[in-house]
Design a protein around this ligand. Structure first.
Ligand code: CU
Length: 525
């Protein structure tokens, strides 16, 4: 082997030809053609002689890009109950030509899509099949910790936050199984929701690994044929991050604003979406990216929003670009134009630091024309506006943060992320709201550097002002961007039917994990 280059010697030792690697179309081929560290052969790394499998890193066979968009497996309710299991475990995941080894639901990139109706019950037996945690609880709960504990949050649902329902105070530890049972009220809004872990300490690492899944509460726009007849697509957005080993085992892998390697939909880098000229499709976009806003554009096409955060709009919004913050959902109609290939991409956006940019997918318009129409009007939205006369109280919640002097180069431990001047403490109740209250909240963001993404569980809210400016469309949301440097959002919310403790927090998960979260208790006198 003396006359071979190091790379060739490595190819021989793994039983693969250079041609094979060059044809594989993956970035991993290139990885193996890089010079190997001197002495690698002498250290017993000649796998063929040892009879060892060369390991996962050369096995990534999935094409890096341009594969048809795949959607997660669908699980449906039967006779009023969606009964299923979810295993939380490590799995290999091929994405963008990389083979990663990450925490997952069911061993797949994103969990299964759950489809149910208002009034039905979601029963999940969650099996925490992660290995044991190897770190003890920190004294400071604002330090990320114990990445193998988990639980499950039904994001955006209007359900009980207590017991074994949508209770994010539960700890589900490795090696055990847990029952979750969440019943939707009969009048629950119909639309696009999602689930993800919410265990303080490890939720960020788990979500950044792809532990998110869509939930469709079925039946919206049933009387609008232009929407009901449109082909539907679930599209979970993500920022793909990993360390030099293809893993996420350290908070530092997630934290810098420059951590994103590339963007993905449904765990695929730049997949293709087929449409016929004139065809209308309904895309359910889930903002399951762990940290940053996506400012989305489809080349030479407008986007038509019909619902945000699982709540129907009363009028379609025609958009050139669509901003999706972490946690938000947007249901949009897209009507394909002339035959051709169009890029769906994230454009530059200033959220205090630059949002990640890059391709998300390619829309390939081809075939026979399909004459379809956009709806002329949308039905009445599900909620009545909250009137001045309903308001029983007002309060202010302030998000703040400090950046180290070195700023972007600073280590994450030099930042602080606070609500009302304090980091999260699960043993403290921060906001107490009487059952039956209808309140107007002002969320302030005094952090000079970054916008934050306010999210509250259990009850959606209606946004009335942003930076003091009255909002014409009075959108209902469960997650809203609060602009930086003295910015504010005013919303109104009804706390009518569920008591118990739930959370408000920044849905930029790095911030939540470092303490930008509070408890809210709705109590009955
Ligand atoms: Cu934040």
């Amino acid at each position: 082997m003396k006359d071979m280059t190091g790379a060739d010697a490595q190819l021989v030792s793994t039983g693969l030809s250079r041609r094979h690697l060059l044809n594989s179309g993956t970035a991993l081929g290139a990885y193996f053609l890089l010079p190997r560290p001197a002495g690698a052969q002498q250290q017993g790394h000649d796998h063929s002689k040892m009879g060892l499998d060369p390991g996962p890193i050369i096995q990534a066979a999935a094409a890096a890009m341009d594969m048809p968009l795949a959607e997660p497996e669908v699980r449906r309710s039967v006779n009023g109950v969606l009964n299923t299991t979810l295993s939380c475990r490590y799995a290999y995941r091929d994405i963008g030509g990389q083979r990663l080894y990450l925490r997952s639901y069911e061993g797949t990139s994103h969990g299964p899509t759950l489809r149910m109706k208002p009034g039905e019950t979601l029963k999940i037996r969650l099996s925490n099949d992660f290995p044991p945690n190897r770190d003890v609880l920190p004294k400071d709960m604002a330090l990320p910790h114990q990445f193998n504990n988990t639980n499950l949050h039904f994001h955006g649902s209007h359900t009980s936050p207590s017991g074994i329902s949508d209770n994010v105070m539960r700890s589900m530890v490795p090696g055990k199984k847990y029952d979750i049972e969440i019943t939707l009220p009969k009048d629950h809004t119909r639309g696009t929701y999602w689930y993800h872990p919410h265990h303080h300490g490890g939720a960020d690492v788990q979500m950044a690994s792809g532990m998110t899944g869509a939930i469709v509460v079925e039946g919206d726009f049933a009387d609008v044929p232009e929407i009901a007849n449109a082909k539907e697509r679930i599209m979970l957005l993500s920022q793909v991050v990993f360390d030099g080993f293809g893993m996420i085992e350290n908070f530092a892998t997630l934290f810098p604003e420059t951590a994103t390697r590339f963007l993905a939909i449904n765990g695929q880098r730049r997949p293709t979406i087929q449409m016929r000229p004139g065809e209308v499709q309904r895309w359910r976009l889930v903002g399951s990216q762990y940290q940053d806003d996506f400012n989305i554009e489809l080349e030479k096409h407008n986007l038509y929003a019909i619902a945000y955060d699982g709540i129907q709009l009363g009028a379609m919004q025609e958009l050139k670009t669509l901003l999706v913050a972490p946690g938000q959902r947007a249901d949009i109609l897209v009507q394909a134009g002339a035959p051709g290939t169009y890029e769906l991409r994230a454009l530059p956006f200033d959220q205090g630091h630059p949002s990640p940019v890059g391709p998300l997918a390619r829309v390939v318009v081809a075939g026979d024309p399909m004459p379809m129409k956009l709806p002329a009007a949308l039905p009445k939205p599900p909620f009545e506006n909250i009137k001045d006369s309903e308001i029983t109280g007002r309060r202010t919640v302030t998000f703040s943060a400090t950046n180290p002097e070195a700023d972007a180069a600073g280590h994450w431990q030099e930042f602080t992320f606070l609500v009302d001047g304090k980091a999260f403490d699960p043993s403290r109740i921060d906001q107490r709201v009487k059952l039956g209250a209808v309140e107007e909240w002002t969320i302030r963001n005094t952090h000079f550097h970054d916008d934050h993404a306010f999210h509250i569980h259990t009850n959606p809210f209606q946004v009335t002002r942003v930076n003091g400016k009255p909002q014409a469309d009075l959108q209902w949301r469960d997650t809203v961007i609060v602009p930086r440097n003295g910015g504010s959002v005013v919303f109104r919310s009804r706390f009518l039917d569920y008591t118990g403790v739930f959370m408000l927090h920044c849905h930029m998960m790095n911030h939540e994990e470092m303490g930008m979260m509070q408890t809210v208790e709705v109590y009955k006198e």
